[in-house]
Design a protein around this ligand. Structure first.
Ligand SMILES: *Cc1c(COP(=O)(O)O)cnc(C)c1O
Length: 358
């Protein structure tokens, strides 16, 4: 037998793990620095680590209380009702829930190009069809309502990424509002704020309260340093937030994930240190790299290096793993995650050496 026709589906190619690359190079993992997947350079919040250890002996129980507690805690943080918080297995899981709640077979969605690959993968899993709006290098990948609306053709879901991966640009709140207002009543605008903590703009969650056609995605993977745990959520309008109960897997986030998430929310110091270092690293990279960079509001910087694959490969041999953006359609750019100060300095030195030798 065979699965259904998956010929239109593409595999998600994640940045490679540090062990994998170390093995290939015949080096120790601790000689390498990985700045390829926008992970938190400081690791997880120590409070989350403690919660994970503490709760290990309780994982025989379904996460009933912790799931409810986390939804309540996040609802408080964003001044919404707990029902509006759709917990999920990572932000990716929350994207799946939104697609599952919205799409009928054949419905169309509109995604950014370049952009985050999972929007279209998720839409296709849910029998949707994918159209793109183009962000252009000519205007530094600016994300305006005009850009999105000129490509819009009645799609059921429009995905916005703010800050955008891999370019780092944001969508101004007024532009999001215009997009929501000028698209059809039955079009959902999903605002992906996976990197929201690093940005200098207000969350679009305010709009979720004012309208019934905007949902916002957030994750614990980036600023909170819990990527390996898989914990994220969507904040959805109260008008249809009850759909979650009918489409989610009963406990969408695990006991360990919920407990760690609750602990991480109590650790402002960790997030503050992370955000401050990211701000330092963005401006350091911008100043010190001898190649054009794009202004970023995420925890990464897009750098125009010419032959991206060649430069990424050469950097790897110097022990620095970065993201070659060829798979995003940007074969002349690499994306470098903000590391700790020593990591970032070492990455910039290595990159400048590689560039000088070309
Ligand atoms: C990292 C990321 C996410 C979510 O990742 P999860 O680990 O599944 O929470 C969502 N959108 C963008 C643009 C991202 O870069």
């Amino acid at each position: 037998m065979q699965p259904r026709d998956l010929s239109a589906h593409v595999e998600y190619v994640a940045g490679r793990g540090i062990e994998e690359v170390a093995r290939e190079l015949g080096r120790e993992p601790d000689e390498l620095i990985k700045l390829a997947s926008n992970e938190n350079a400081f690791g997880p919040s120590p409070k989350a680590v403690e919660a994970i250890r503490d709760r290990a002996a309780s994982v025989h129980s379904y996460p009933k209380a912790s799931h409810a507690d986390l939804a309540e805690r996040l609802a408080e943080r964003w001044a919404v009702d707990p029902e509006q918080v759709w917990l999920a297995n990572g932000g990716d899981g929350a994207l799946d829930y939104l697609a599952r709640a919205m799409l009928e077979p054949g419905d169309e969605v509109l995604v950014p190009a370049p952009g985050f690959a999972y929007y279209e993968m998720s839409a296709r899993y849910h029998h949707g069809t994918v159209n793109e709006y183009q962000l252009s290098k000519d205007d530094e990948f600016a994300q305006t309502a005009d850009t999105v609306l000129s490509a819009y053709d009645g799609e059921r879901i429009v995905y916005l990424t703010s800050p955008h991966n891999p370019t780092g640009t944001v969508v101004a709140p007024a532009e999001i509002e215009r997009i929501a207002a000028e698209t059809d009543e039955e079009t959902l605008v999903v605002v992906d704020e996976a990197y929201g903590e690093f940005a200098d703009v207000d969350s679009a969650i305010e709009l979720v309260e004012q309208r019934d056609d905007v949902a916002v995605l957030r994750t614990f993977s980036k600023a909170y340093g819990l990527a390996g745990l898989r914990l994220g959520y969507a904040v959805t309008p109260s008008e249809w937030a009850d759909a979650y109960a009918r489409i989610n897997t009963p406990f969408a986030a695990s006991e360990i994930a919920c407990r760690a998430g609750l602990a991480a929310l109590d650790d402002d110091a960790h997030v503050e240190k992370t955000v401050e270092t990211v701000e330092w690293a963005r401006s350091y990279i911008d100043d010190a790299v001898e190649a054009p960079t794009y202004d970023s509001q995420g925890n990464f910087v897009l750098i125009e290096v010419g032959d991206a694959s060649g430069v990424a490969e050469a950097l790897k041999h110097k022990g620095v793993i970065v993201r070659d953006c060829t798979s995003f359609g940007l074969d002349d750019c690499i994306r470098v995650t903000c590391g700790t100060k020593p990591e970032t300095r070492r990455a910039v030195d290595a990159l400048n050496e590689v560039l000088a030798a070309r």
